[in-house]
Ligand binder design. Structure first.
Ligand code: GLU
Length: 507
């Protein structure tokens, strides 16, 4: 039997989660749920210098907002816990020791200053310094020093790190579900630090130890981690875990709207779109916009991110999270980066807004109305939403398209007046009042019937009546079907607005 699918999203809590990270989480989630597997949140907080206290909460809240349900996490727990690497500190040292004992790792005493000096010496000769097989014997480590010297230095409290000893000239052949076969010669790689002088493992060691102990079946992560894959594979081999090593899938980058380079916060700032799921306030008080606060529906956000890299193979673009789970496959994730298109992002929200129940939108809109001091009946607002929603992409844009339902126009669009309010407009409007007074059931259909009959008989022409009518009711040349509008505002208000128009609109 195939082993159970268990995937993890393993962010480092160094700040807000970039939307690229959210996409990684989503693909992991879809993959897990499609395969009846587990989705785990693991917090990789071994780098204490970059730790940001609020980041973990931000990550959890973001995943929750997207509708992702975690099976195991620091908050929920689970039988593979703890799920914060800082709480697993005691676990890692034994594996570093095991690697030391098997000769796959060594102790290195070189100080940061010494290494920096070497780097600049190399640079001066236009060479790059790499801590690797070519040079390690000339540096200060347990391979170059005698064991007495090493023990003496340790006893004297000299700080040291543990480095992985990358073997030389091994052709490593690795499989990636998205990229296929990836080959690397180990001579091109350096001896990475796997355990730091502060007693913490580095990302590489902690990551593979945890993936192993947590029985992770597939590692699905961003392309920026592909260069680390050879080291990870070497570590799995060195620890004797090759047989149960997870399968790997490295996701393509999210690209700038221009298609050139990785999508960054700066692109968002420049073009006015968020690159974070939720608002984030940095320590110095700087606020970065989030999709949630910008008015995106979580469904639209999930939908738009899912299609940045994955392609269902059909024309279908609108997917619910359940449909994504049903249809997702790693085989359909592309190799090349996906360009982020801010207009397309809005389009997704527009589509989702159209699909939502009018009452749901009305309730959201009601709180905006309330802020403006307008109390309105929910059913009435739902009707208004129904009439104008195809003109907006966000709930916050509804006011702009529908304010005239709630407040009579205070002024009249000068351009439209100039073009459409003719000499006889006032008298036509006076006649219109008489026609409307006659209508008993003031519905859209009834008023339309009466008004159109009158227009036909009087031979006034549709334009002459309807443009002036719109100006009186809306104050401008915009808005949905006139008769739908007046059904909602009612007879009295309609006639009142026409009267006011007759008095106040001046050519
Ligand atoms: N902690 C890494 C990150 O922040 C995880 C990479 C991985 O998934 O292996 O992205």
């Amino acid at each position: 039997m195939d082993k159970k699918v268990r995937v993890r999203f393993a962010p480092s809590p160094t700040g807000p989660l970039h939307i690229g990270g959210v996409r990684t989480a989503l693909y992991n989630y879809f993959f897990a749920k499609k395969n009846k597997g587990d989705f785990i949140l693991r917090i990789e907080d071994t780098d204490q210098t970059r730790f940001v206290a609020e980041a973990e909460k931000y990550i959890t809240e973001s995943l929750e907002w997207c509708g992702i349900k975690l099976d195991e996490s620091p908050d929920i727990g689970g039988k593979y816990g703890p799920y914060r690497q800082s709480e697993r500190k005691a676990i890692y040292k034994q594996y570093a020791d095991e690697l030391l004992q098997s000769g796959n790792a060594y102790i290195a005493f070189d100080t940061a200053d010494e290494l920096n000096k070497l780097r600049s010496d190399f640079e001066a000769e236009k060479k790059t310094f790499t801590y690797n097989g070519d040079i390690r014997l000339s540096l200060k480590n347990s391979l170059s020093l005698s064991s007495d010297e090493v023990n003496a230095m340790i006893d004297a409290g000299k700080p040291y790190v543990i480095r992985h000893k990358m073997p030389e000239n091994v052709e490593l052949v690795m499989e990636d579900i998205i990229r296929g076969t990836v080959k690397v010669n180990t001579s091109a790689l350096d001896d990475k630090i796997i355990f730091k002088s502060d007693g913490m493992p580095t990302y590489h060691l902690a990551n593979i130890v945890d993936d192993h102990l947590m029985e992770i079946s597939h590692v699905i992560r961003g392309e920026e981690w592909l260069p680390s894959l050879p080291l990870h594979v070497m570590l799995y081999k060195a620890l004797g875990w090759e047989e149960s090593m997870p399968e790997f899938a490295h996701l393509p980058l999210l690209l700038k709207p221009t298609g050139k380079g990785k999508l960054s916060k700066r692109d968002g700032d420049k073009l006015g779109f968020p690159v974070f799921p939720l608002d984030w306030k940095s320590k110095d008080g700087e606020v970065s916009m989030g999709y949630r606060e910008s008015g995106y529906f979580p469904e639209a956000f999930v939908n738009l991110l899912s299609l940045l890299g994955w392609n269902p193979g059909t024309e279908k673009e609108i997917f619910t999270i359940d449909e994504l789970i049903a249809e997702f496959s790693l085989e359909k994730v592309g190799k090349s980066g996906s360009r982020f298109d801010p207009d397309k992002a809005k389009w997704f929200n527009h589509q989702w807004l159209q699909m939502k129940d009018n009452l749901e939108i009305a309730n959201l809109f009601l709180s905006i109305l309330k802020e403006k001091g307008i109390e309105a009946n929910t059913d009435k607002v739902a009707k208004i939403v129904n009439l104008v929603k195809d003109r907006v992409s966000f709930v916050k844009e509804l006011w702009e398209q529908s304010s005239f339902f709630f407040v009579a126009p205070g002024e009249y669009d000068a351009k439209f007046v100039k073009k459409r309010w003719k000499e006889n407009s006032a008298s036509i409007m006076a006649e219109l009042i008489d026609v409307l007074e006659e209508v008993d059931t003031f519905t859209s259909a009834e008023t339309e019937l009466h008004v159109k009959n009158w227009i036909e008989k009087s031979e006034l022409g549709m334009g002459a009546v309807m443009n002036a009518f719109r100006l009186c009711i809306v104050g401008a040349g915009k808005g949905p079907h006139m008769f739908d509008i007046i059904e909602i505002i009612g007879k009295e208000e309609t006639i009142g607005r026409i009267k006011k128009g007759i008095e106040s609109i001046k050519r």
